[in-house]
Design a protein around this ligand. Structure first.
Ligand code: CU
Length: 296
């Protein structure tokens, strides 16, 4: 039942990405060897990722720095309550990495999704020194969760490490299949995703344009505020089982979009079904609009 006695762990990928489009270019993975309770997961992860590591190795033989993020969770995990998580960032020898650079106003961004991509949270662990980050997370239902931590060891490129948590209990049945709608209404705000009406092609640059409108009158909303220093943030995950670091894309908004629009240039590495979560801020409140897209 309690498969994750102390919670856990880890994969890592160094993203040798140009500063603003975090398309994973590397999938060099390391699996922590520190937790005997999780051999099954480790095995799954490492075998699944092997193909990717090999595929990408050539790009970065000279720049590769491998880090790992080790997750510690309480023994008794349950849904719908605060769970205090500790994330330790280490080099592959297990030595703490202790200096990090801020990016997008934080030292670490943590994206938490249930593995079926039904839930999403974007939270910011607090740095306690000596490689240790702490955050309180809330898992809304039982199931397997993937945690993508996004951070920059000082002077290095952005790194994404994947950790996993299992919340015991009966996993809820999926809701009605989510639809590929291109309009979402969030209380009084309407978000339209343009540019994804037809299937998107893998490995090609694509512009995703979101119109932000007042739901009452369809007028462009012109008083959006910067969120984490940018017009908006877009996290994209490819639906996969299990999820891998290479399924994660964090796209950064263009700087000079017209009022009422948030635009991103990104590319989807492989064909598949992807979920997009676009976050923006208005009146001090962050909203999240999610969309599914097909990539061929
Ligand atoms: Cu963040």
């Amino acid at each position: 039942m309690k498969r994750f006695l102390t919670g856990m762990i880890v994969l890592t990928s160094l993203l040798i990405a140009p500063s603003c489009s975090s398309i994973p270019k590397s999938a060099e993975k390391k699996v922590s060897d520190s937790d005997a309770h999780n051999t099954e997961h480790q095995h799954n992860m490492s075998s699944d990722h092997q193909g990717h590591s090999m595929e990408h190795k050539g790009h970065e033989a000279n720049t590769k720095i491998t880090t790992q993020a080790k997750l510690t969770a309480p023994k008794n995990l349950a849904p719908n309550q605060p769970v205090n998580l500790v994330i330790n960032v280490q080099d592959t020898a297990g030595k703490s990495i202790d200096k990090f650079d801020n990016f997008q106003e934080k030292l670490m961004h943590l994206i938490v999704v249930r593995d079926d991509l039904a839930t999403y949270a974007h939270i910011h662990p607090i740095y306690k020194g000596n490689g240790r980050f702490e955050v309180s997370a809330n898992f809304s239902s039982p199931g397997n969760y993937s945690l993508f931590s996004d951070y920059k060891p000082s002077g290095q490129k952005e790194v994404v490490s994947l950790m996993q948590v299992n919340i015991p209990g009966s996993v809820p049945l999926p809701k009605n299949l989510e639809k590929f709608e291109k309009t979402k209404v969030l209380s009084n705000i309407k978000v339209n995703l343009n540019g994804a009406n037809k299937n998107i092609q893998a490995s090609k640059e694509v512009t995703l344009n979101f119109d932000i409108e007042d739901a009452a009158n369809n007028q462009a909303i012109k008083d959006l505020q910067p969120y984490l220093g940018e017009r908006g943030h877009l996290v994209i995950l490819k639906s996969s089982s299990p999820l891998a670091v290479s399924d994660y894309i964090h796209a950064h908004a263009l700087k000079n979009s017209p009022d009422g629009q948030i635009e991103f240039i990104t590319s989807f590495p492989q064909p598949g079904t992807y979920k997009l979560w676009m976050q923006f801020q208005r009146n001090g409140k962050v909203d999240t609009a999610d969309f599914w897209v097909n990539v061929i």
